[in-house]
Design a protein around this ligand. Sequence first.
Ligand code: URP
Ligand code: ZN
Length: 473
Amino acid sequence: MSEPTRPTLVRGGTVVTSAGVAAVDIRFADGVVAELGRLAPRPDDDVVDATGCYVLPGGVDFHTHIDAVFRGSIRTADDWRSGSAAAVAGGTTTVLDFCSPGPDESLEQALAAWRARVDGQRPWADYGAHVILVQPDEDRLAELAQLAQLGVTSVKLYLAYPGRMMSDDRALFRTLQRAAELDLLVLVHAENGHAIDVLVEEALAAGEVEPEWHGHTRPPLTEAEAVSRATSLARIAGAALYVVHISSERALDELRRAAADGGRVHGETCSHYLVLDESMLIGAPREEAARYVCSPPTRSRSDQEALWDALGDGGLDVLASDHCPFVLHGEKIVDGDFTHIMNGLPGVEQRLLIGYSGVARGAYSLERLVEIASAQPARLAGLYPRKGDLRIGSDADAVILDPARRTVFSAATHHSAVDYLPYEGMEVPGGIRQVFVRGRSVVVDGRLRDGSGGGRFLAREHAGAVSHEGGTR
Ligand code: URP
Ligand code: ZN
């Protein structure tokens, strides 16, 4: 942050980290956690009374698409100003987003241009990059050696969207081999793009054009097959793999199998798969159903239960948002068949409280919430314990969460620039009272303070030891 801040003493709260829960005060100074314990106020402290509240490490969202372009020219609804405002308002102080190099750009050029664009939009949250690779050839793979020096330790490949973003098995396998040599984490969007294309062609030929066919043409086995393939190839290559947005129990089973066999495989689900389901697509009018279209599609109630369980027992490592908002009265509701609806949902602002609702429903403990929403994504990003924890020396990124409040999600009050919310009217337990980014108070009771943003690019290191141990500790 640009201006110096006074030390802040957060008193009377219950500090929650993935390691435990403790009734301690916490002092922030010079942007980091300076002290924990029973602390007396000093004359220069700003004192914040957190009595009755939890003090959590700021959320780390491993998967957002802020200011991103899809299908050549269609930009997501949030720029970095609004997208990161939504993040911090929802208690997420670090986002990992995507730099998508063009075919004629080097990774270094693309990253420099991307960083300049993000910084120019004055983000509120700190941010890091994953780099998207589309059908990488050996020249592109040779560039990966430089990536860690650029502060990027992860790449993403799509196994869906043939002809647009998909990489074939050779490109995936060669990337995994290079990643194993360079200690990079490979993210995959795991859906079988070719099989889905055939199912889409068949549906359209049969005159099925409504949004629910987005779901019918992407059945869970198209996801499970891709997870099985990617985890198998990662294990042959000896690479670390991270499967984004796991949505179904079948896909989850493949991940669990690979992890049980010793694979270095990690899985994420996203908030929308926990609380939205296929019924919102099926039989609904186009204008209603379109607002829930994402890939993979929302699934059944029993898939939801399996995802909650896996977040609790360690079958999944991370709760992310896949925040990918498209304007409803623009790109989402469209003429023509379901393939024209842009895939993706907003959610960066709702992720942490949806995660907290898992504590209330008994899916996992508060410490486990911190693990899946902050600590584990920070570890996988190579940012831990600077991010994802509240220990002495960690960045003073923190959320004061009031368990006595309740929050009703609405596009009328959210901070994203998108004109709708798939969670409209949903009420969840807990409310976010205050958010700090590197010791600076950026959100109080849903209001962003005036200011310059001040979020910084995070040059990342290789991921530290990441355990599969979960459990509802
Ligand atoms: O529906 C989704 N997930 N949209 C975001 C783009 C992607 O697939 O990563
Ligand atoms: Zn995504």
